[in-house]
Ligand binder design. Structure first.
Ligand SMILES: NC(=O)c1ccc[n+]([C@@H]2O[C@H](COP(=O)([O-])OP(=O)(O)OC[C@H]3O[C@@H](n4cnc5c(N)ncnc54)[C@H](OP(=O)(O)O)[C@@H]3O)[C@@H](O)[C@H]2O)c1
Length: 265
């Protein structure tokens, strides 16, 4: 039984540290017991937000405010992933997904016997996605995670390699079952690219192991503007605790890496 907090395998945290970032501070949690192997993928979330904590603008458009350095940071993180998961609104906002294009990262994946791009899994209850969006011609393996109703329009289509009807509980996606199934399918590391609704569901299920947040130098505002974690929110006493793993400043942006701090009774 664990008596103190633990982080998921620390070597994995190291593995995903981008080389462009030099750590300026590191906090490691003392372990009183060995790290427990979890029967699910290691899950990293990566987001950029404004100084006031918004991940897009008040119109919910594509979040094009982070710098090129943040783009490289995202690409580095993606290069460690077997699959990446994102919400339907994120796809609706961009019409595309993020690709690994850096030759060194592609070569690294080749040497690791990984596909050039991770599997891109769109999460959509409704299945209502624009079939002509550029996403469907990007060179990535595409899956749709959806409901039976959401799957119906895609049944005769070859747009997705897999249209996956999500295990559900009480009418909602059963995230614990979903990620466990991903592990059995061989996905060891999952990178979640947002947005705030999807991240909220995963946080509520306590499935996020580490969180990369880039703080960008602007104020967006708006009481309905998405944040890194939306949903119903938590009372302070139940708010999931994090530990700061590293932080780095590049020009006007701050790159923060947090680990989920879990305490078992
Ligand atoms: N700054 C950044 O790093 C960053 C990163 C990503 C996105 N963004 C921005 O964030 C905005 C989108 O964020 P968002 O919070 O509005 O939406 P989101 O999480 O991207 O997508 C929400 C949609 O995804 C599906 N979904 C999410 N969670 C679900 C769950 N638990 N069960 C079933 N379906 C689920 C639903 O699709 P259906 O409606 O189809 O049922 C839902 O309406 C965009 O404007 C984008 O530009 C910013």
């Amino acid at each position: 039984m664990l008596r103190f907090a633990y982080l998921s395998a620390l070597w994995r945290l190291e593995q995903s540290a981008p080389p462009l970032l030099h750590r300026c501070s590191t906090v490691a949690i003392q372990l009183s017991s060995p790290v427990v192997a979890v029967p699910r993928p290691h899950i990293t979330t990566i987001l950029a937000m404004s100084a006031d904590g918004k991940i897009t603008d008040a119109r919910h458009g594509a979040a094009r405010f982070p710098s090129a350095a943040d783009g490289r940071h995202l690409e580095q993180c993606l290069s460690t992933a077997d699959a990446t998961l994102f919400g339907a609104n994120t796809l609706r906002a961009y019409g595309t997904t993020a690709l690994i294009t850096n030759p060194a990262l592609l070569e690294q994946r080749r040497q690791q016997n990984r596909s050039p791009q991770p599997t891109h899994i769109v999460c959509s209850r409704s299945g209502q996605l624009e079939p002509t969006s550029r996403f469907f011609s990007q060179p990535v393996p595409r899956w749709l995670l959806t409901t039976p109703a959401g799957a119906a329009p895609w049944a005769a289509s070859r747009s997705f390699e897999r249209v996956w009807t999500a295990p559900a509980r009480d009418g909602n996606f059963d995230w614990a079952a979903i990620v466990t199934e991903l592990k059995t399918l061989g996905f060891q590391h999952l990178v979640v690219m947002g947005g705030g609704q999807l991240v909220a569901a995963l946080v509520a299920a306590d499935l996020i192991d580490e969180l990369w947040l880039t703080v960008c130098p602007l104020i967006i505002g708006g009481h309905r503007t998405p944040t890194p974690c939306d949903g119903e929110g938590f009372a302070l006493a139940q708010a999931p605790a994090l530990t700061l793993i590293s932080c780095q400043t590049i020009d006007n942006e701050v790159f923060l890496k947090y680990g989920r701090q879990r305490v078992s009774a």
